[in-house]
Design a binder for this molecule. Sequence first.
Ligand code: HEC
Length: 143
Amino acid sequence: MKTAPFVLAIASVAALLGILGASGCVGASGKSDGAFFVAKVKPTLEYYCMECHNSKTASKFSHFNLETGKLAMSTGLHKPVILPGKPDESLLYVVLRLGHAEALAMPPAPDKISDEQLAAIHRWIRDGAFWPEGPEGHLKTPR
Ligand code: HEC
């Protein structure tokens, strides 16, 4: 069939658009998705939190384990500490805003995450706290 290559080209462009649409940072609705988590939230949590809240050490730190989405949503003395859609009621966000005079301020002194990183976490929880599965959603422990 003569038109086959042309049809094939259209099909692959459509497939490509489909893939891009599904993994873009912010969807057409303006809501953050898995790519937003990977780009704007995961690096902050890995850098500031994983030293303590990983599978090996979580038992010493309120049993809160941030290694995967499933663990983050189901561990911690005050679980669930992430309430999708409700950032201001989520302990994970609340502790980030505490002054260092409070024992529960995270990350513990002297570290402090930036306003920009804080805003990204607020937005991510507000939009449903989507946390991808697999390697993308697996947080590494430093060193
Ligand atoms: C140096 C170790 C350390 C680091 C790094 C750290 N935490 Fe913690 N975390 C603790 C300790 C200790 C507690 C218990 C504090 C308490 O009960 O007074 C805790 C408790 C928590 C809790 C309460 C869990 C519950 O269910 O009670 C949350 C939420 C939390 N941390 C989030 C974070 C986040 C988010 C980060 C990164 C921004 C972070 N922590 C970084 C040591 C750490």
